[in-house]
Design a protein around this ligand. Sequence first.
Ligand code: HEC
Length: 253
Amino acid sequence: MIRQRTFGIAVAAVLAGLLFAPVAAQAAGSGFPNQHAPVNLRDAVSLQRGAQLFVNYCMGCHSANHMRFNRLTEIGLTEEQIKEYLLFATDKVGSPMTIALRPADAKAWMGKAPPDMTVIARAKRPDYIYTLLKSYYVDDSRALGWNNLAYPNIGMPHPLWQLQGNPQLKVEERESHGHMMQVKSTAPGDMPGTLNALEYDRAVGDLVNFLVYMGEPWKLQSHRIGIVVMFFLGILLVFVYLLKLEFWRDIKH
Ligand code: HEC
């Protein structure tokens, strides 16, 4: 009895370890605290807005080679909408999301080649990307004029500056446990973007939501498969029950 209980506790501990290991792995990284990305793969409208932002603001530099445009019908877009709003003139609906920029040119221009985005949300985590896109500030000492609190001296210039404007670095002195500490954040500059702060957060949230979807499209499918499986099990239960009644009738007589 006691041995069984210890065994049970050991199994529970191992399971808990497996469950929380990814969280521990995520916590390591840049010192800048991440904000929580509002990811919701069931929100088709958010995914559609994210897809449009991705095509308009990211695909100048980033490809998504393992993603095909026509898979976007999964998030509720019709082929006509994909053609009209998302495709460049030369693309076909069935083509992958490749780009014309050559990695070597990109490297010469920005110091580093832009990574492919198909699985970026898995590689870099959604909260980090959300924070990254909200942590740009103007920095004249940098070649392209931008810097970032979440990734200091990043090669990528602010991809969404038209939407956010020209955020500035803000440094505050705060006391913590008797020491003065510098707390860095960003604050709106004198040139407003086309979105206000709230709308900008939502746009970045939609974009990150789409990046998560792109890296794990089978999550949508597995949800659907799950419903089919439950339905199947429900029907099976009815048959098993009828079978049981049938067996017992024979035994009673
Ligand atoms: C002007 C070209 C350009 C555009 C446009 C652009 N990127 Fe980038 N991006 C880069 C480059 C270059 C890097 C590599 C930067 C580095 O590691 O210093 C990069 C890196 C990244 C990374 C990885 C950061 C890391 O921690 O390694 C993410 C995430 C990212 N981009 C997201 C986006 C998103 C989302 C968009 C659209 C809103 C976008 N990018 C638009 C050039 C671009």
